[in-house]
Write a protein that binds this ligand. Structure first.
Ligand code: PRP
Length: 210
């Protein structure tokens, strides 16, 4: 049974059986993915509720400034960032700019290659930067990004949707959910390029992973 969560104002700790809202039915895996997906871990409703909670935290943390550059880490961060930035712009006095950086280290595998490849991004020199990332696992990607970006921004903060709690040495300002150490997909996250378009976070079957 999925745990019912009611408070989305701070980081939500997700148990292995998953979470849902009180009014959401017990979530089911879509039939087309039954061979590949074990279960739904975080429902669409919970994602939406926590993204709203994160927007509030961010708004308060940047209370003394008017403009931020939202730097989205591609590809995984795109759905999360799209939802977060729209709530921020709608509900705060913050004016937002949008920029992207492409990082990759997993390719088609379930564990990091250890080599983070970065591709092109705009000039953010002197901006107030909010780095938006989907997940922190080993922490290698964020470590490289943070060391590169911290000298560029006037203020620099990091927002991550999911944290597996492995990379304790990395400082993250805003964390959506703390999840178990399992391989997940959906809401922008992939395994071998698949599952990004799912509106929920799902657990990929272990036998599929290489
Ligand atoms: C994933 C994810 C993060 C990173 C986290 O990216 O989107 O950027 O791995 O892992 P780490 O903490 O172990 O570095 P991936 O390399 O799969 O690229 P993608 O976003 O294009 O899927």
């Amino acid at each position: 049974m999925h745990k019912v969560v009611r408070d989305f104002s701070k980081t939500v700790v997700v148990p292995p059986e998953g979470i849902r809202l009180a009014y959401e039915p017990e979530p089911k895996v879509r039939s087309k993915y039954r061979q590949e997906i074990e279960e739904v871990l975080i429902t669409k409703g919970c994602l939406q509720a926590r993204v709203e909670g994160l927007a509030k935290e961010i708004k308060e943390a940047f209370a003394d400034i008017n403009e931020i550059t939202c730097l989205v880490v591609l590809k995984g961060g795109m759905f999360f960032a799209a939802d977060l930035i729209r709530i921020l712009d709608e509900n705060s006095k913050l004016r937002t700019r949008l920029d992207f950086i492409r990082c990759s280290s997993y390719g088609d595998r379930a564990s990091s290659s250890g080599e983070v490849t970065m591709y092109e991004f705009g000039d953010m020199e002197g901006d107030n930067i909010l780095l938006i990332e989907d997940i922190i696992d080993s922490g290698k990607t964020l470590e490289e990004l943070q060391s590169y970006l911290k000298s560029k921004g006037k203020q620099f903060k990091t927002c991550v949707l999911l944290d597996k709690g492995v990379a304790k040495h990395i400082k993250v300002d805003f964390i959506g959910f703390r999840i178990p150490r399992i391989f997940v997909g959906g809401y922008g996250l992939d395994y071998a390029g698949m599952f990004r378009g799912l509106p929920e976070i799902v657990v990929i079957k272990k036998e599929l992973l290489k």
